[in-house]
Design a protein around this ligand. Structure first.
Ligand code: FAD
Length: 405
Protein backbone atom coordinates (compact mmCIF):
# COMPACT_ATOMS: atom_id res chain seq x y z
CA UNK A 1 0.00 0.00 0.00
CA UNK A 2 1.31 3.45 -0.89
CA UNK A 3 0.63 6.24 1.56
CA UNK A 4 0.87 9.74 0.10
CA UNK A 5 1.55 12.78 2.23
CA UNK A 6 -1.55 15.04 2.38
CA UNK A 7 0.50 18.01 1.15
CA UNK A 8 0.89 16.37 -2.28
CA UNK A 9 -2.71 17.29 -3.10
CA UNK A 10 -4.16 20.75 -3.08
CA UNK A 11 -7.75 20.86 -1.68
CA UNK A 12 -9.16 21.96 -5.03
CA UNK A 13 -7.88 18.80 -6.69
CA UNK A 14 -9.63 16.44 -4.28
CA UNK A 15 -12.77 14.69 -5.37
CA UNK A 16 -15.15 12.29 -3.76
CA UNK A 17 -17.10 9.29 -5.09
CA UNK A 18 -18.69 6.34 -3.33
CA UNK A 19 -16.68 3.88 -5.44
CA UNK A 20 -13.54 4.19 -7.56
CA UNK A 21 -13.26 1.50 -10.23
CA UNK A 22 -9.66 0.99 -11.37
CA UNK A 23 -9.55 -0.41 -14.93
CA UNK A 24 -12.03 -0.29 -17.82
CA UNK A 25 -11.93 -3.87 -19.08
CA UNK A 26 -14.95 -6.18 -19.09
CA UNK A 27 -14.80 -6.47 -15.28
CA UNK A 28 -14.50 -2.77 -14.41
CA UNK A 29 -17.07 -1.65 -16.96
CA UNK A 30 -19.58 -4.25 -15.76
CA UNK A 31 -19.17 -3.09 -12.15
CA UNK A 32 -19.49 0.55 -13.26
CA UNK A 33 -22.66 -0.11 -15.27
CA UNK A 34 -24.30 -1.87 -12.32
CA UNK A 35 -23.38 1.01 -9.99
CA UNK A 36 -24.62 3.60 -12.45
CA UNK A 37 -27.93 1.75 -12.86
CA UNK A 38 -28.30 1.83 -9.06
CA UNK A 39 -27.52 5.59 -9.04
CA UNK A 40 -24.31 5.03 -7.08
CA UNK A 41 -21.74 7.76 -7.66
CA UNK A 42 -18.58 6.19 -9.10
CA UNK A 43 -15.50 7.08 -11.13
CA UNK A 44 -13.68 4.73 -13.52
CA UNK A 45 -9.92 5.24 -14.02
CA UNK A 46 -8.24 3.74 -17.10
CA UNK A 47 -4.61 4.08 -18.19
CA UNK A 48 -5.29 3.60 -21.91
CA UNK A 49 -7.31 5.70 -24.34
CA UNK A 50 -10.91 4.89 -25.26
CA UNK A 51 -9.84 4.10 -28.86
CA UNK A 52 -7.24 1.63 -27.61
CA UNK A 53 -9.50 -0.36 -25.28
CA UNK A 54 -12.25 -0.50 -27.92
CA UNK A 55 -9.85 -2.21 -30.32
CA UNK A 56 -7.63 -4.39 -28.11
CA UNK A 57 -8.19 -7.97 -29.35
CA UNK A 58 -8.36 -10.80 -26.83
CA UNK A 59 -11.28 -13.05 -25.91
CA UNK A 60 -14.17 -14.06 -28.10
CA UNK A 61 -16.21 -16.79 -26.41
CA UNK A 62 -18.83 -15.82 -23.82
CA UNK A 63 -20.68 -18.54 -21.93
CA UNK A 64 -24.48 -18.51 -22.11
CA UNK A 65 -25.07 -17.85 -18.38
CA UNK A 66 -22.91 -14.70 -18.66
CA UNK A 67 -24.78 -13.48 -21.75
CA UNK A 68 -28.11 -13.97 -19.94
CA UNK A 69 -26.81 -12.07 -16.90
CA UNK A 70 -25.74 -9.14 -19.14
CA UNK A 71 -29.09 -9.33 -20.95
CA UNK A 72 -31.01 -9.02 -17.66
CA UNK A 73 -29.14 -5.76 -17.04
CA UNK A 74 -29.81 -4.36 -20.50
CA UNK A 75 -26.15 -4.76 -21.52
CA UNK A 76 -26.43 -7.40 -24.24
CA UNK A 77 -28.62 -5.89 -27.01
CA UNK A 78 -25.90 -5.66 -29.66
CA UNK A 79 -24.31 -8.91 -28.53
CA UNK A 80 -27.59 -10.80 -28.95
CA UNK A 81 -28.25 -9.15 -32.30
CA UNK A 82 -24.84 -9.92 -33.80
CA UNK A 83 -23.10 -12.82 -32.04
CA UNK A 84 -22.96 -16.23 -33.61
CA UNK A 85 -23.50 -19.16 -31.29
CA UNK A 86 -21.40 -22.31 -31.04
CA UNK A 87 -22.57 -25.54 -29.51
CA UNK A 88 -19.93 -28.02 -30.59
CA UNK A 89 -16.17 -28.33 -30.87
CA UNK A 90 -13.90 -30.72 -32.70
CA UNK A 91 -10.82 -32.62 -31.54
CA UNK A 92 -8.31 -33.62 -34.23
CA UNK A 93 -6.19 -36.45 -32.90
CA UNK A 94 -4.10 -39.20 -34.50
CA UNK A 95 -5.29 -38.25 -37.98
CA UNK A 96 -9.01 -38.36 -37.13
CA UNK A 97 -11.78 -35.81 -36.44
CA UNK A 98 -13.97 -36.16 -33.36
CA UNK A 99 -16.99 -33.86 -33.07
CA UNK A 100 -18.07 -33.02 -29.50
CA UNK A 101 -21.67 -31.68 -29.19
CA UNK A 102 -21.43 -29.91 -25.82
CA UNK A 103 -24.55 -27.83 -26.53
CA UNK A 104 -26.73 -30.93 -26.89
CA UNK A 105 -25.24 -32.39 -23.73
CA UNK A 106 -25.47 -29.29 -21.54
CA UNK A 107 -28.30 -27.25 -23.07
CA UNK A 108 -26.01 -24.21 -23.26
CA UNK A 109 -23.97 -22.48 -25.95
CA UNK A 110 -21.06 -20.11 -26.43
CA UNK A 111 -21.70 -16.70 -27.95
CA UNK A 112 -18.89 -15.64 -30.27
CA UNK A 113 -18.45 -11.93 -29.63
CA UNK A 114 -14.99 -10.34 -29.74
CA UNK A 115 -13.94 -8.68 -26.48
CA UNK A 116 -13.40 -5.21 -28.07
CA UNK A 117 -17.05 -5.20 -29.17
CA UNK A 118 -18.20 -6.04 -25.65
CA UNK A 119 -15.92 -3.34 -24.19
CA UNK A 120 -17.29 -0.83 -26.75
CA UNK A 121 -20.87 -1.70 -25.76
CA UNK A 122 -20.11 -1.38 -22.04
CA UNK A 123 -18.33 2.00 -22.45
CA UNK A 124 -21.24 3.32 -24.51
CA UNK A 125 -23.79 2.14 -21.95
CA UNK A 126 -21.88 3.62 -19.01
CA UNK A 127 -20.39 6.83 -20.41
CA UNK A 128 -22.55 7.83 -23.40
CA UNK A 129 -26.01 6.62 -22.38
CA UNK A 130 -25.83 6.83 -18.57
CA UNK A 131 -23.40 9.79 -18.38
CA UNK A 132 -20.96 7.90 -16.12
CA UNK A 133 -17.60 9.46 -15.14
CA UNK A 134 -14.69 7.67 -16.83
CA UNK A 135 -11.18 9.12 -17.03
CA UNK A 136 -8.92 7.75 -19.76
CA UNK A 137 -5.14 7.94 -20.04
CA UNK A 138 -4.55 8.39 -16.32
CA UNK A 139 -1.00 7.82 -15.05
CA UNK A 140 0.64 6.50 -11.88
CA UNK A 141 -2.48 5.23 -10.13
CA UNK A 142 -1.93 4.69 -6.40
CA UNK A 143 -4.20 3.43 -3.63
CA UNK A 144 -4.17 4.95 -0.15
CA UNK A 145 -5.59 3.96 3.23
CA UNK A 146 -7.04 0.69 1.96
CA UNK A 147 -7.42 -0.73 5.46
CA UNK A 148 -9.13 2.38 6.80
CA UNK A 149 -12.72 3.54 6.31
CA UNK A 150 -11.38 6.49 4.26
CA UNK A 151 -9.59 4.94 1.30
CA UNK A 152 -8.64 6.99 -1.74
CA UNK A 153 -7.12 6.61 -5.17
CA UNK A 154 -4.75 9.11 -6.76
CA UNK A 155 -3.50 9.51 -10.30
CA UNK A 156 -1.75 11.96 -12.58
CA UNK A 157 -4.01 13.82 -14.98
CA UNK A 158 -2.70 13.18 -18.53
CA UNK A 159 -3.43 16.72 -19.74
CA UNK A 160 -2.38 18.90 -16.80
CA UNK A 161 0.18 16.58 -15.19
CA UNK A 162 -1.45 17.30 -11.82
CA UNK A 163 -2.06 14.73 -9.11
CA UNK A 164 -5.75 14.19 -8.43
CA UNK A 165 -7.01 12.29 -5.39
CA UNK A 166 -10.47 10.77 -5.16
CA UNK A 167 -11.72 9.88 -1.68
CA UNK A 168 -14.19 7.00 -1.62
CA UNK A 169 -15.86 4.27 0.41
CA UNK A 170 -14.60 1.34 -1.65
CA UNK A 171 -12.23 0.53 -4.49
CA UNK A 172 -13.01 -2.01 -7.21
CA UNK A 173 -9.66 -3.36 -8.42
CA UNK A 174 -10.37 -4.34 -12.03
CA UNK A 175 -7.05 -3.40 -13.65
CA UNK A 176 -6.14 -6.79 -15.05
CA UNK A 177 -2.99 -8.86 -14.76
CA UNK A 178 -0.56 -5.93 -14.90
CA UNK A 179 -2.38 -3.39 -12.77
CA UNK A 180 -1.60 -1.94 -9.37
CA UNK A 181 -4.48 -3.21 -7.22
CA UNK A 182 -3.38 -6.87 -7.12
CA UNK A 183 0.14 -5.82 -6.14
CA UNK A 184 -1.37 -3.80 -3.29
CA UNK A 185 -3.23 -6.82 -1.93
CA UNK A 186 -0.42 -9.28 -2.55
CA UNK A 187 1.78 -7.17 -0.25
CA UNK A 188 -0.59 -7.88 2.66
CA UNK A 189 0.39 -10.67 5.02
CA UNK A 190 -2.75 -12.79 4.95
CA UNK A 191 -3.34 -12.59 1.21
CA UNK A 192 -1.88 -15.45 -0.83
CA UNK A 193 -1.26 -15.64 -4.56
CA UNK A 194 -1.42 -19.26 -5.77
CA UNK A 195 0.30 -19.66 -9.16
CA UNK A 196 0.63 -22.46 -11.68
CA UNK A 197 3.04 -22.35 -14.63
CA UNK A 198 2.30 -24.72 -17.49
CA UNK A 199 5.87 -24.62 -18.82
CA UNK A 200 4.61 -24.05 -22.35
CA UNK A 201 4.02 -21.08 -24.61
CA UNK A 202 1.22 -20.37 -27.05
CA UNK A 203 1.74 -18.20 -30.08
CA UNK A 204 -1.55 -16.26 -30.19
CA UNK A 205 -2.48 -15.23 -33.72
CA UNK A 206 -5.25 -13.27 -35.36
CA UNK A 207 -5.60 -13.86 -39.09
CA UNK A 208 -7.49 -11.74 -41.57
CA UNK A 209 -9.14 -14.88 -42.92
CA UNK A 210 -12.62 -16.35 -42.59
CA UNK A 211 -13.02 -19.28 -40.19
CA UNK A 212 -12.15 -22.64 -41.76
CA UNK A 213 -14.57 -24.59 -39.59
CA UNK A 214 -17.99 -23.85 -38.09
CA UNK A 215 -16.62 -24.60 -34.61
CA UNK A 216 -13.57 -24.49 -32.33
CA UNK A 217 -10.96 -27.02 -33.46
CA UNK A 218 -8.38 -28.45 -31.03
CA UNK A 219 -5.44 -30.02 -32.90
CA UNK A 220 -3.60 -32.52 -30.69
CA UNK A 221 -0.38 -33.26 -32.56
CA UNK A 222 3.15 -34.54 -31.83
CA UNK A 223 4.61 -31.33 -33.33
CA UNK A 224 2.67 -29.26 -30.78
CA UNK A 225 -0.91 -28.29 -30.01
CA UNK A 226 -2.79 -25.97 -32.40
CA UNK A 227 -6.25 -24.41 -32.26
CA UNK A 228 -8.72 -22.64 -34.53
CA UNK A 229 -11.42 -20.32 -33.12
CA UNK A 230 -13.79 -18.11 -35.06
CA UNK A 231 -13.93 -14.43 -34.17
CA UNK A 232 -15.99 -12.94 -37.02
CA UNK A 233 -16.77 -13.75 -40.68
CA UNK A 234 -13.51 -11.98 -41.62
CA UNK A 235 -11.18 -12.78 -38.71
CA UNK A 236 -10.04 -16.04 -37.10
CA UNK A 237 -7.96 -16.67 -33.99
CA UNK A 238 -5.34 -19.41 -34.11
CA UNK A 239 -2.96 -20.72 -31.49
CA UNK A 240 0.28 -22.68 -31.92
CA UNK A 241 2.10 -24.28 -29.02
CA UNK A 242 5.69 -23.01 -28.85
CA UNK A 243 8.49 -22.91 -26.28
CA UNK A 244 7.76 -20.51 -23.39
CA UNK A 245 9.62 -17.23 -23.88
CA UNK A 246 9.82 -17.77 -27.65
CA UNK A 247 10.10 -14.64 -29.79
CA UNK A 248 7.18 -14.01 -32.15
CA UNK A 249 9.78 -12.87 -34.70
CA UNK A 250 10.74 -16.55 -34.97
CA UNK A 251 7.34 -17.13 -36.57
CA UNK A 252 7.18 -15.53 -40.03
CA UNK A 253 4.01 -15.83 -42.09
CA UNK A 254 5.10 -18.95 -44.04
CA UNK A 255 6.18 -20.84 -40.90
CA UNK A 256 2.94 -20.02 -39.07
CA UNK A 257 0.73 -21.28 -41.89
CA UNK A 258 2.74 -24.41 -42.64
CA UNK A 259 2.66 -25.38 -38.92
CA UNK A 260 -1.06 -24.65 -38.65
CA UNK A 261 -1.78 -26.66 -41.80
CA UNK A 262 0.35 -29.56 -40.51
CA UNK A 263 -0.98 -29.64 -36.96
CA UNK A 264 -4.65 -29.18 -37.89
CA UNK A 265 -4.75 -31.42 -40.94
CA UNK A 266 -6.79 -34.64 -40.83
CA UNK A 267 -8.42 -36.77 -43.48
CA UNK A 268 -11.67 -35.20 -44.68
CA UNK A 269 -10.94 -31.68 -43.43
CA UNK A 270 -10.36 -28.98 -46.05
CA UNK A 271 -7.08 -27.01 -45.76
CA UNK A 272 -7.24 -23.82 -43.70
CA UNK A 273 -8.04 -20.56 -45.47
CA UNK A 274 -4.90 -18.46 -45.03
CA UNK A 275 -4.70 -14.69 -44.60
CA UNK A 276 -2.60 -11.80 -43.32
CA UNK A 277 -1.58 -12.13 -39.66
CA UNK A 278 -2.75 -9.04 -37.79
CA UNK A 279 -1.70 -10.13 -34.29
CA UNK A 280 1.18 -12.34 -33.24
CA UNK A 281 2.26 -12.63 -29.61
CA UNK A 282 3.71 -15.31 -27.37
CA UNK A 283 1.82 -16.10 -24.16
CA UNK A 284 3.77 -17.85 -21.40
CA UNK A 285 0.92 -19.96 -20.13
CA UNK A 286 0.20 -19.60 -16.42
CA UNK A 287 -2.69 -19.23 -13.99
CA UNK A 288 -2.96 -17.52 -10.61
CA UNK A 289 -5.56 -16.90 -7.91
CA UNK A 290 -5.45 -14.16 -5.25
CA UNK A 291 -7.09 -15.38 -2.06
CA UNK A 292 -9.04 -13.78 -0.50
CA UNK A 293 -10.07 -11.48 -3.33
CA UNK A 294 -10.52 -8.52 -1.02
CA UNK A 295 -8.63 -6.72 1.69
CA UNK A 296 -9.83 -3.72 3.67
CA UNK A 297 -11.80 -1.56 1.24
CA UNK A 298 -10.34 -3.04 -1.96
CA UNK A 299 -12.26 -5.71 -3.88
CA UNK A 300 -10.57 -7.39 -6.87
CA UNK A 301 -12.47 -8.69 -9.90
CA UNK A 302 -11.35 -10.26 -13.18
CA UNK A 303 -7.73 -10.81 -14.14
CA UNK A 304 -6.63 -8.65 -11.21
CA UNK A 305 -7.89 -11.43 -8.96
CA UNK A 306 -7.32 -14.54 -11.06
CA UNK A 307 -5.74 -15.32 -14.38
CA UNK A 308 -6.74 -18.32 -16.46
CA UNK A 309 -4.51 -18.99 -19.48
CA UNK A 310 -6.79 -19.04 -22.56
CA UNK A 311 -6.80 -22.88 -22.78
CA UNK A 312 -10.51 -23.23 -22.04
CA UNK A 313 -11.63 -19.65 -22.86
CA UNK A 314 -12.50 -18.97 -19.22
CA UNK A 315 -10.82 -15.63 -18.33
CA UNK A 316 -13.40 -13.14 -19.51
CA UNK A 317 -16.23 -15.33 -18.28
CA UNK A 318 -14.73 -15.44 -14.80
CA UNK A 319 -14.15 -11.69 -14.98
CA UNK A 320 -17.84 -11.16 -15.71
CA UNK A 321 -18.89 -13.52 -12.92
CA UNK A 322 -16.90 -11.65 -10.27
CA UNK A 323 -17.90 -8.25 -11.64
CA UNK A 324 -21.62 -9.09 -11.52
CA UNK A 325 -21.33 -10.18 -7.88
CA UNK A 326 -19.17 -7.21 -6.95
CA UNK A 327 -21.39 -4.67 -8.71
CA UNK A 328 -24.45 -5.95 -6.85
CA UNK A 329 -22.61 -6.08 -3.51
CA UNK A 330 -21.28 -2.52 -3.88
CA UNK A 331 -24.70 -1.25 -4.97
CA UNK A 332 -26.38 -2.84 -1.93
CA UNK A 333 -23.75 -1.34 0.36
CA UNK A 334 -23.84 2.16 -1.12
CA UNK A 335 -27.60 2.36 -1.65
CA UNK A 336 -28.88 0.50 1.42
CA UNK A 337 -25.93 0.18 3.79
CA UNK A 338 -26.10 -3.61 3.47
CA UNK A 339 -22.52 -4.90 3.57
CA UNK A 340 -23.30 -8.64 3.55
CA UNK A 341 -22.52 -8.96 -0.17
CA UNK A 342 -19.14 -7.28 0.28
CA UNK A 343 -18.29 -9.37 3.33
CA UNK A 344 -19.11 -12.57 1.47
CA UNK A 345 -17.79 -11.42 -1.92
CA UNK A 346 -14.56 -13.41 -2.05
CA UNK A 347 -16.17 -16.58 -0.70
CA UNK A 348 -18.95 -16.28 -3.32
CA UNK A 349 -16.49 -16.00 -6.20
CA UNK A 350 -13.81 -18.51 -5.31
CA UNK A 351 -15.67 -21.82 -5.86
CA UNK A 352 -16.24 -21.01 -9.56
CA UNK A 353 -12.72 -19.56 -9.85
CA UNK A 354 -11.17 -22.81 -8.64
CA UNK A 355 -13.52 -24.97 -10.77
CA UNK A 356 -12.44 -23.08 -13.88
CA UNK A 357 -8.76 -23.21 -12.88
CA UNK A 358 -8.93 -26.96 -12.34
CA UNK A 359 -10.72 -27.48 -15.64
CA UNK A 360 -8.13 -25.39 -17.53
CA UNK A 361 -5.32 -27.47 -16.03
CA UNK A 362 -7.14 -30.75 -16.80
CA UNK A 363 -7.81 -29.71 -20.40
CA UNK A 364 -4.22 -28.54 -20.81
CA UNK A 365 -2.94 -32.01 -19.94
CA UNK A 366 -5.31 -33.52 -22.51
CA UNK A 367 -4.24 -31.05 -25.22
CA UNK A 368 -0.49 -31.03 -24.60
CA UNK A 369 0.28 -34.66 -23.61
CA UNK A 370 0.92 -35.83 -27.18
CA UNK A 371 3.49 -33.09 -27.85
CA UNK A 372 5.16 -33.27 -24.42
CA UNK A 373 7.80 -35.78 -25.50
CA UNK A 374 6.82 -37.84 -22.44
CA UNK A 375 5.15 -41.13 -23.43
CA UNK A 376 3.36 -41.33 -20.07
CA UNK A 377 1.76 -37.87 -20.50
CA UNK A 378 0.92 -38.77 -24.11
CA UNK A 379 -0.81 -41.96 -22.92
CA UNK A 380 -2.83 -40.31 -20.17
CA UNK A 381 -3.79 -37.39 -22.44
CA UNK A 382 -5.10 -39.86 -25.03
CA UNK A 383 -6.98 -41.75 -22.33
CA UNK A 384 -8.75 -38.54 -21.25
CA UNK A 385 -9.85 -37.81 -24.79
CA UNK A 386 -11.08 -41.38 -25.31
CA UNK A 387 -13.07 -41.18 -22.08
CA UNK A 388 -14.99 -38.03 -23.03
CA UNK A 389 -15.59 -39.37 -26.55
CA UNK A 390 -16.82 -42.78 -25.42
CA UNK A 391 -18.42 -42.45 -21.98
CA UNK A 392 -21.74 -40.54 -21.87
CA UNK A 393 -21.20 -39.73 -18.19
CA UNK A 394 -17.70 -38.34 -18.83
CA UNK A 395 -18.94 -36.45 -21.90
CA UNK A 396 -21.73 -34.84 -19.86
CA UNK A 397 -19.32 -33.77 -17.11
CA UNK A 398 -16.89 -32.34 -19.68
CA UNK A 399 -19.67 -30.46 -21.49
CA UNK A 400 -20.87 -28.88 -18.25
CA UNK A 401 -17.39 -27.67 -17.32
CA UNK A 402 -16.51 -26.51 -20.84
CA UNK A 403 -19.58 -24.27 -21.20
CA UNK A 404 -19.89 -23.36 -17.52
CA UNK A 405 -23.28 -22.76 -15.95
P1 FAD B 1 -8.61 -6.48 -18.66
O1 FAD B 1 -9.41 -6.81 -19.85
O2 FAD B 1 -7.13 -6.71 -18.72
O3 FAD B 1 -8.90 -4.96 -18.29
C1 FAD B 1 -8.11 -4.27 -17.33
C2 FAD B 1 -8.07 -2.80 -17.70
O4 FAD B 1 -7.32 -2.08 -16.71
C3 FAD B 1 -7.37 -2.55 -19.02
O5 FAD B 1 -8.18 -1.75 -19.85
C4 FAD B 1 -6.06 -1.87 -18.63
O6 FAD B 1 -5.61 -0.96 -19.62
C5 FAD B 1 -6.45 -1.18 -17.35
N1 FAD B 1 -5.35 -0.91 -16.41
C6 FAD B 1 -4.20 -1.61 -16.23
N2 FAD B 1 -3.46 -1.06 -15.25
C7 FAD B 1 -4.17 0.02 -14.80
C8 FAD B 1 -3.92 0.96 -13.79
N3 FAD B 1 -2.82 0.94 -13.05
N4 FAD B 1 -4.84 1.93 -13.57
C9 FAD B 1 -6.00 1.97 -14.31
N5 FAD B 1 -6.27 1.08 -15.30
C10 FAD B 1 -5.37 0.11 -15.53
N6 FAD B 1 -11.25 -15.20 -21.98
C11 FAD B 1 -12.41 -15.84 -22.28
O7 FAD B 1 -13.29 -15.93 -21.41
N7 FAD B 1 -12.65 -16.36 -23.52
C12 FAD B 1 -11.70 -16.32 -24.50
O8 FAD B 1 -11.95 -16.76 -25.62
C13 FAD B 1 -10.42 -15.70 -24.20
N8 FAD B 1 -9.43 -15.59 -25.12
C14 FAD B 1 -8.27 -14.90 -24.83
C15 FAD B 1 -7.27 -14.79 -25.77
C16 FAD B 1 -6.07 -14.12 -25.49
C17 FAD B 1 -5.00 -14.03 -26.54
C18 FAD B 1 -5.90 -13.51 -24.22
C19 FAD B 1 -4.63 -12.75 -23.88
C20 FAD B 1 -6.89 -13.62 -23.26
C21 FAD B 1 -8.08 -14.31 -23.55
N9 FAD B 1 -9.10 -14.43 -22.60
C22 FAD B 1 -10.25 -15.12 -22.89
C23 FAD B 1 -8.95 -13.79 -21.28
C24 FAD B 1 -9.64 -12.41 -21.23
O9 FAD B 1 -9.20 -11.59 -22.28
C25 FAD B 1 -9.37 -11.75 -19.88
O10 FAD B 1 -9.63 -12.67 -18.86
C26 FAD B 1 -10.21 -10.48 -19.70
O11 FAD B 1 -9.69 -9.43 -20.48
C27 FAD B 1 -10.23 -10.03 -18.24
O12 FAD B 1 -10.97 -8.83 -18.11
P2 FAD B 1 -10.59 -7.78 -16.98
O13 FAD B 1 -11.57 -6.69 -17.11
O14 FAD B 1 -10.41 -8.46 -15.71
O15 FAD B 1 -9.11 -7.28 -17.37
Amino acid sequence: MTLAAPSEFSPSEKRRARVVVVGAGPAGLTVANILRAASVDCVVLETETREFIEQRPRAGFIEEWAVRALERRGLADRLLAHAQTHSECEFRYAGERHRFPYGELSGNRHFVYPQPLLVTDLVRAYADRAGGDIRFGVRDVELHGIDTDRPSVSYTDPETGERIRIDCDAIAGCDGARGVTRACLAAEEHVTVARHDYGIGWLALLAEAPPSSHCVVFGIHPRGFAAHMARSPQVTRYYLECPPGDDHENWPHERVWSELQARLSVAGAPPLTEGRLIEKRVLDMHNYVVEPMSYGRVYLAGDAAHLAAPIAAKGMNLALHGALLLGDALAAYCAEGDDSGLTGYSASCLPRVWQYQEFSQWLSELLHGTSSGDPFKAGTGGARLNRILNSPAAAGAFAELYIGK
